[in-house]
Design a protein around this ligand. Structure first.
Ligand SMILES: [Zn+2]
Ligand SMILES: [Zn+2]
Length: 168
Protein backbone atom coordinates (compact mmCIF):
# COMPACT_ATOMS: atom_id res chain seq x y z
CA UNK A 1 0.00 0.00 0.00
CA UNK A 2 1.49 3.30 -1.07
CA UNK A 3 0.65 6.79 0.09
CA UNK A 4 -2.80 8.07 -0.58
CA UNK A 5 -3.58 11.48 -1.93
CA UNK A 6 -6.63 13.11 -0.49
CA UNK A 7 -8.36 15.74 -2.56
CA UNK A 8 -10.17 18.24 -0.36
CA UNK A 9 -12.18 19.63 -3.21
CA UNK A 10 -13.58 16.31 -4.34
CA UNK A 11 -13.60 14.77 -0.88
CA UNK A 12 -12.04 11.56 -2.12
CA UNK A 13 -8.69 9.89 -2.04
CA UNK A 14 -6.69 7.78 -4.44
CA UNK A 15 -3.32 6.13 -4.59
CA UNK A 16 -0.72 8.86 -4.77
CA UNK A 17 1.53 8.75 -7.76
CA UNK A 18 2.40 11.30 -10.39
CA UNK A 19 0.18 9.74 -13.01
CA UNK A 20 -2.91 9.51 -10.81
CA UNK A 21 -2.42 12.93 -9.41
CA UNK A 22 -1.97 14.58 -12.79
CA UNK A 23 -4.95 12.77 -14.16
CA UNK A 24 -7.07 13.74 -11.20
CA UNK A 25 -6.04 17.38 -11.00
CA UNK A 26 -6.78 17.90 -14.68
CA UNK A 27 -10.02 15.97 -14.60
CA UNK A 28 -13.29 17.72 -15.37
CA UNK A 29 -14.84 16.49 -12.17
CA UNK A 30 -12.01 17.87 -10.06
CA UNK A 31 -12.00 21.25 -11.79
CA UNK A 32 -15.73 21.52 -11.27
CA UNK A 33 -15.49 20.58 -7.61
CA UNK A 34 -12.70 23.09 -7.14
CA UNK A 35 -14.78 25.86 -8.64
CA UNK A 36 -17.78 25.04 -6.49
CA UNK A 37 -15.53 25.01 -3.46
CA UNK A 38 -14.18 28.43 -4.35
CA UNK A 39 -17.61 29.88 -4.87
CA UNK A 40 -18.74 28.57 -1.50
CA UNK A 41 -15.82 29.71 0.53
CA UNK A 42 -14.88 32.91 -1.19
CA UNK A 43 -15.69 35.93 0.86
CA UNK A 44 -19.02 37.43 -0.11
CA UNK A 45 -17.30 40.83 -0.04
CA UNK A 46 -14.78 39.70 -2.64
CA UNK A 47 -17.54 38.38 -4.87
CA UNK A 48 -19.45 41.61 -4.50
CA UNK A 49 -16.49 43.73 -5.58
CA UNK A 50 -15.85 41.41 -8.48
CA UNK A 51 -19.44 41.45 -9.66
CA UNK A 52 -19.73 45.18 -9.33
CA UNK A 53 -16.69 45.62 -11.52
CA UNK A 54 -18.27 43.56 -14.28
CA UNK A 55 -20.77 44.89 -16.71
CA UNK A 56 -24.09 43.06 -16.68
CA UNK A 57 -24.48 40.21 -19.16
CA UNK A 58 -27.24 41.43 -21.44
CA UNK A 59 -27.93 37.99 -22.77
CA UNK A 60 -28.32 36.42 -19.37
CA UNK A 61 -30.49 39.17 -17.98
CA UNK A 62 -32.76 39.15 -21.03
CA UNK A 63 -33.11 35.43 -21.57
CA UNK A 64 -32.04 33.93 -18.27
CA UNK A 65 -29.46 31.89 -20.13
CA UNK A 66 -25.90 32.36 -21.18
CA UNK A 67 -23.62 29.85 -22.88
CA UNK A 68 -20.66 30.99 -20.84
CA UNK A 69 -22.42 30.16 -17.61
CA UNK A 70 -20.19 30.91 -14.63
CA UNK A 71 -17.21 31.54 -16.91
CA UNK A 72 -18.88 34.57 -18.43
CA UNK A 73 -16.85 37.73 -18.08
CA UNK A 74 -20.00 39.74 -17.63
CA UNK A 75 -22.03 39.67 -14.48
CA UNK A 76 -24.99 37.31 -14.23
CA UNK A 77 -26.28 38.99 -11.14
CA UNK A 78 -29.55 40.83 -11.21
CA UNK A 79 -29.97 43.87 -9.01
CA UNK A 80 -31.87 41.61 -6.62
CA UNK A 81 -28.94 39.20 -6.46
CA UNK A 82 -26.58 42.08 -5.78
CA UNK A 83 -28.81 43.38 -3.02
CA UNK A 84 -28.82 39.95 -1.46
CA UNK A 85 -25.07 39.82 -1.68
CA UNK A 86 -24.77 43.24 -0.05
CA UNK A 87 -26.96 41.94 2.77
CA UNK A 88 -24.78 38.86 3.09
CA UNK A 89 -21.61 40.94 3.28
CA UNK A 90 -23.25 43.02 5.94
CA UNK A 91 -24.21 39.94 7.90
CA UNK A 92 -20.76 38.45 7.65
CA UNK A 93 -19.35 41.64 9.09
CA UNK A 94 -21.89 41.52 11.89
CA UNK A 95 -21.11 37.95 12.78
CA UNK A 96 -17.42 38.73 12.71
CA UNK A 97 -17.98 41.71 14.98
CA UNK A 98 -19.84 39.56 17.45
CA UNK A 99 -16.60 38.21 18.75
CA UNK A 100 -15.41 41.62 19.88
CA UNK A 101 -18.80 43.15 20.49
CA UNK A 102 -19.03 45.75 23.22
CA UNK A 103 -21.87 45.92 25.67
CA UNK A 104 -23.85 49.00 24.67
CA UNK A 105 -25.62 51.40 26.98
CA UNK A 106 -28.75 49.98 28.57
CA UNK A 107 -29.49 46.88 30.51
CA UNK A 108 -27.77 43.59 29.92
CA UNK A 109 -31.18 42.01 29.21
CA UNK A 110 -31.70 44.39 26.31
CA UNK A 111 -28.34 43.58 24.98
CA UNK A 112 -28.82 39.83 25.27
CA UNK A 113 -32.15 40.06 23.51
CA UNK A 114 -30.68 42.03 20.62
CA UNK A 115 -27.77 39.71 20.41
CA UNK A 116 -30.00 36.63 20.28
CA UNK A 117 -32.12 38.22 17.55
CA UNK A 118 -29.14 39.14 15.51
CA UNK A 119 -27.68 35.71 15.94
CA UNK A 120 -30.81 33.88 14.90
CA UNK A 121 -31.31 36.10 11.86
CA UNK A 122 -27.74 35.58 10.82
CA UNK A 123 -28.13 31.85 11.18
CA UNK A 124 -31.40 31.47 9.39
CA UNK A 125 -30.57 33.55 6.35
CA UNK A 126 -27.04 32.45 5.82
CA UNK A 127 -25.60 29.16 6.89
CA UNK A 128 -22.27 30.21 5.42
CA UNK A 129 -21.61 33.04 7.79
CA UNK A 130 -22.26 30.94 10.87
CA UNK A 131 -19.78 28.25 9.88
CA UNK A 132 -16.68 28.18 12.01
CA UNK A 133 -13.59 29.12 10.10
CA UNK A 134 -11.52 26.07 9.29
CA UNK A 135 -7.92 26.53 8.34
CA UNK A 136 -7.25 25.67 4.73
CA UNK A 137 -4.06 25.66 2.78
CA UNK A 138 -4.21 27.77 -0.36
CA UNK A 139 -5.62 25.82 -3.28
CA UNK A 140 -3.10 24.26 -5.60
CA UNK A 141 -0.55 23.63 -2.87
CA UNK A 142 1.16 20.30 -2.67
CA UNK A 143 -0.01 17.93 0.05
CA UNK A 144 0.99 18.88 3.58
CA UNK A 145 3.68 16.25 3.86
CA UNK A 146 5.49 17.81 0.89
CA UNK A 147 5.55 21.30 2.38
CA UNK A 148 8.61 22.64 4.19
CA UNK A 149 7.99 22.82 7.95
CA UNK A 150 7.83 26.62 7.89
CA UNK A 151 4.79 26.51 5.64
CA UNK A 152 2.85 23.95 7.62
CA UNK A 153 0.08 24.95 9.93
CA UNK A 154 0.85 24.35 13.60
CA UNK A 155 -0.64 21.14 14.99
CA UNK A 156 -3.76 21.53 17.15
CA UNK A 157 -2.54 22.88 20.46
CA UNK A 158 0.50 24.57 18.92
CA UNK A 159 4.06 23.53 18.31
CA UNK A 160 5.77 21.49 21.00
CA UNK A 161 8.09 23.45 23.25
CA UNK A 162 11.63 23.40 21.93
CA UNK A 163 14.40 22.59 24.37
CA UNK A 164 16.30 25.76 25.18
CA UNK A 165 19.63 25.90 23.44
CA UNK A 166 22.66 27.89 24.49
CA UNK A 167 24.39 29.37 21.51
CA UNK A 168 28.14 29.48 22.04
ZN1 LIG B 1 -10.06 16.60 -6.80
ZN1 LIG C 1 -23.09 35.78 -19.65
Amino acid sequence: MGKRYFCDYCDRSFQDNLHNRKKHLNGVQHLRAKKVWYDLFRDAAAILVEEQNKRPCRKFLETGQCDFDSNCRFSHMTSGDLEQLVAQVHEERLSRDQETVEVPEGSIEDWLEKWAKRRSSAQSSSTLSSKPVVFQYPPGWPPVQDLPPSLRAPPPGGWPQQPSVQWG
